[in-house]
Design a protein around this ligand. Structure first.
Ligand SMILES: *[C@@H]1O[C@H](CO)[C@@H](O)[C@H](O)[C@H]1NC(C)=O
Ligand SMILES: *[C@@H]1O[C@H](CO)[C@@H](O)[C@H](O)[C@H]1NC(C)=O
Ligand SMILES: *[C@@H]1O[C@H](CO)[C@@H](O)[C@H](O)[C@H]1NC(C)=O
Ligand SMILES: *[C@@H]1O[C@H](CO)[C@@H](O)[C@H](O)[C@H]1NC(C)=O
Length: 487
């Protein structure tokens, strides 16, 4: 017992010293951070050219300041030029987060490697000015930390902030960092504002460096695309063995998070801008979405009714075993152009053959169905999603695998009119989703033959009841109701 206790401080001591030694175990020969300035989504890629200073190094640590971490909704680490991601664990400290990345194989002294750290930030820009008239420009502000932090010393580092156009209004001039600056602390070069190169930066994750040199820098730039936010996405996915069908329905609350419209909206002016092929940058006339191949019965309606001004080109289902398939392309045209500060809520749904996303394991009698978490809306963040997966009635042994953790997950029962005992359901919650999160959840379950039969019986009875009701209905006048529905 006493021996065990005695070993605890020793162990702690070891981990502390190894933590401190970390500072001299690597050297960054070059660090380049590229920030793709966007609207509601900002994509940051940092490449670390690293050199091992000791033998047998297994872990490399990447640092991210607290503010940048708070805006980050996706993190991915790879060796440059490779597809596999590297596993990491995150440690949260007072002013920063540390990501301990496991290297693909231990690195020996003087060996080098290029590591790419990607992070996606959401809600990271602010429209400025906060309002704009219909024919005015849209400009955004973005703030980040000046230095890329690292527990290791860095020979040279720079940060490029890249906009869609070369039109910047202003950028911050760093203060008090002459020690690291060669020619200029910041330069503008076409569509890039570049901080650095900064030379011989010591380990920068320590408090004294942070207090003395780290500072926020803000750039102010024109952005010629609408800033889109899906404030709420409710996706319901219903798996039906009876119809061999999978139905996906999205209830989408879209918001234009650009500058709020100043004055009135003029449709004539909007149309004139359309003729000149130069719509206002903050007005959204239409969206192009990539839906699954082989879909049918696609529907799109809003609070007023069906919206018929959209175009859909359905891609064929890929042959069995094909790696990649094409998307069906939907050009979705909201009922009105979406201006800054405006909302638009609508419902989009479709059916797809179950076999396009399901498979059956005969040995275990298990079905496996791949469920897409979201359909990306280009450039938009999904601030809040509730995903409900409804399984066939009588499904048992339900389990699922998610590509990244949900904020919450609840198993329940979904009861509909035709069901006897209700259907098992899984409800997942997410926040701040982007293109990177457009992945699949794998759900597995069993359905006994008995359940199939029971279901068959229920439907048969229900159909009979409907038949009788329909006979009665034919003699009643439902035209008002129908009209309302059709619009
Ligand atoms: C979502 O993003 C906002 C703004 O970047 C952030 O404040 C919030 O903590 C994020 N929420 C989650 C659950 O990541
Ligand atoms: C790295 O190379 C230098 C000179 O080439 C050598 O002096 C040093 O010992 C090497 N370091 C390691 C850890 O092998
Ligand atoms: C847009 O919707 C949000 C809630 O989702 C609401 O707070 C806001 O007032 C709406 N804006 C307009 C212009 O209706
Ligand atoms: C909407 O349009 C589709 C065909 O485009 C039609 O089948 C459906 O009944 C319509 N729904 C409503 C509510 O009008």
């Amino acid at each position: 017992m006493s021996l065990k206790w005695a070993s605890v401080p020793l162990f702690l001591l070891l981990s502390i010293t190894s933590g401190l030694c970390g500072a001299s175990s690597f050297e960054n020969t070059a660090v380049v951070r590229t920030v793709e300035l966007g609207g509601s989504v900002v994509h940051v890629t940092t490449t670390y050219a690293i050199r091992a200073l000791e033998n047998n190094l297994k872990t490399y640590t990447i640092a991210l300041g607290k503010e940048d971490r708070a805006k980050t909704s996706w993190v991915e680490v790879k060796v440059k030029g490779q597809d596999n991601t590297l596993p990491f664990t995150e440690r949260v400290e007072k002013h920063l987060s540390l990501f301990d990345v496991t290297l693909p194989k231990p690195l020996s002294g003087n060996k080098t490697l290029n590591i790419v750290f990607e992070n996606i930030q959401t809600h990271a820009t602010t429209p400025w000015p906060q309002t704009a008239a219909q024919n005015e420009d849209q400009a955004l502000k973005y703030t980040t930390d000046l230095f890329v932090l690292s527990p290791y010393s860095t020979l040279v580092q720079r940060t490029k902030l890249r906009a869609l156009t070369p039109r910047f209004i202003s950028w911050a001039e760093p203060q008090g960092i002459d020690a690291f600056v060669g020619d200029a602390a910041v330069t503008k070069n076409g569509a890039n504002v570049v901080y650095g190169p900064y030379k011989d930066v010591p380990p920068s994750t320590l408090d004294n460096f942070l207090e003395k040199y780290q500072q926020p820098v803000t750039v102010h730039y024109f952005h010629e695309q609408p800033v889109l936010e899906v404030r709420k996405l409710n996706r319901a996915v219903e798996i039906s063995h009876w119809g061999a069908n999978i139905n996906i329905q999205d209830d989408i609350s879209l918001y234009n998070a650009g500058p709020k419209l100043k004055g009135h909206f003029s449709r004539i002016e909007h149309q004139m801008q359309g003729y000149n092929k130069k719509g206002a940058p903050h007005v959204l006339p239409a969206l192009t979405l990539g839906l699954p191949p082989g879909i049918r019965n696609t529907y799109y309606y809003d609070t007023i009714g069906n919206v018929s001004t959209s175009k859909l080109r359905v891609a064929p289902l890929p042959p069995k075993g094909a790696q990649r398939s094409q998307y069906s392309i939907l050009e979705l045209r909201p009922r009105y152009p979406l201006l800054g500060g405006w909302n638009y809520s609508f419902t989009l749904g479709w059916d797809a053959p179950l076999e396009s996303s399901a498979s059956y394991d005969k040995k275990t009698g298990t079905y496996i169905v791949a469920i897409p978490i979201l359909t990306p809306i280009p450039g938009a963040v999904i601030t809040d999603e509730e995903l409900k997966i409804i399984l066939p009635e009588g499904a048992t042994d339900v389990s699922y695998v998610t590509p990244f953790p949900a904020l919450s997950a609840v198993m329940g029962t979904h009861v509909t009119f035709l069901d006897t005992v209700g259907r098992p359901s899984i409800t997942l919650r997410y926040k701040n989703l982007t293109l990177k999160h457009a992945q699949e959840i794998y759900v597995t379950y069993k359905v006994s033959t008995l359940a199939h039969i029971k279901k068959g019986l229920t439907v048969a009875t229900a159909l009979f009841t409907l038949f009788v009701l329909a006979g009665v209905a034919r003699r009643l006048d439902f035209s008002i109701n129908r009209k309302k529905k059709v619009q």
